[in-house]
Design a binder for this molecule. Structure first.
Ligand SMILES: [Zn+2]
Ligand SMILES: [Zn+2]
Length: 268
């Protein structure tokens, strides 16, 4: 399976990296994970091919923090007239009614049209454990974050675990997957991390440290680790150092740019 990184940053986009969005195409099915600002990259020529012939389009949400859902406002421009199924976590996972949450994001005066008036959209909540969607096995588990988020696993191809504290159970959930996309908010080995303003420390506690994420990748025996949801308070040299740190623990780690395509069976 080919996974395209549409947004590799957390919180705020930069000139180079959009906020979280990942797409994969399997036959005439297109799966999209999170609707960060990266969703807009489906309009760029290099990524527009993902939409060609895609008849069955599914958008999965990890949680409702704005950096992961602001792209919902772009849907009429990115996927005009397309039928789209949005999969949000069932209330049993996070205590949030998915219909109310999605409709609450897509309503006036925050969006020019209400959810009910965006006729091509429908909502199918995902539950903890196995979900069968478009012929694929999509596994879901709750993660600890400032609000509950969920991790996704698609077949044995890849796992997306973002907006989460380090959780040993992620290794079990990701065991044997071709690709682990795991958030890496900071690098404890980098002195620049110590310059973080104290008021942001609570936010760091809701996210993951890269060496620990690499440890999970090693424990899970995944084919490859790609750190995601990078921290916009730092720059590309910080991300390069973060990659170096991770590789000391899990050699097959690569920090990739937006637009990168990863083959979950091996080579990029
Ligand atoms: Zn986030
Ligand atoms: Zn978040």
């Amino acid at each position: 399976m080919l996974v395209t990184l549409l947004g590799t940053m957390g919180w705020m986009p930069s000139d180079r990296r959009e906020t979280t969005c990942v797409a994969c195409r399997a036959g005439d099915t297109l799966f999209i994970f999170d609707a960060g600002t990266g969703l807009r990259r489906l309009r760029e020529p290099a990524q527009a091919a993902l939409l060609d012939g895609a008849r069955d389009v599914h958008l999965f949400l990890t949680h409702y923090h704005l950096d992961h859902v602001c792209g919902l406002a772009y849907l009429p421009g990115v996927l005009p007239g397309r039928e789209l199924v949005i999969h949000a976590p069932a209330a049993e996972l996070n205590g949030v009614d998915p219909e109310g949450a999605v409709a609450g994001l897509l309503r006036r005066p925050y969006n020019p049209r209400d959810w009910e008036d965006l006729g091509a959209l429908s909502l199918e909540p995902v539950v903890a454990g196995v979900n069968k969607i478009a012929g694929h096995t999509v596994r879901v588990r709750a993660q600890k974050h400032s609000d509950v988020s969920v991790a996704y696993r698609v077949d044995d191809a890849f796992v997306l675990a973002t907006d989460t504290r380090i959780d040993p159970q992620t290794a079990e959930f990701a065991a044997g997957a071709g690709l682990l996309l795991h958030e890496a908010w900071y690098n404890a080995a980098d002195r620049r991390t110590d310059e973080t303003p104290p008021e942001l420390h609570a936010g760091y506690a809701a996210h993951s440290e890269v060496a620990a994420a690499a440890g999970l990748a090693a424990a899970a025996g995944v084919g490859r680790l790609v750190p995601m949801h990078l921290n916009p308070l730092h720059d590309e040299s910080y991300y390069a150092a973060l990659e170096t740190t991770a590789r000391t623990i899990f050699a097959r780690t690569d920090v990739l740019d937006d637009g990168a395509v990863v083959d979950t069976d091996g080579d990029a």
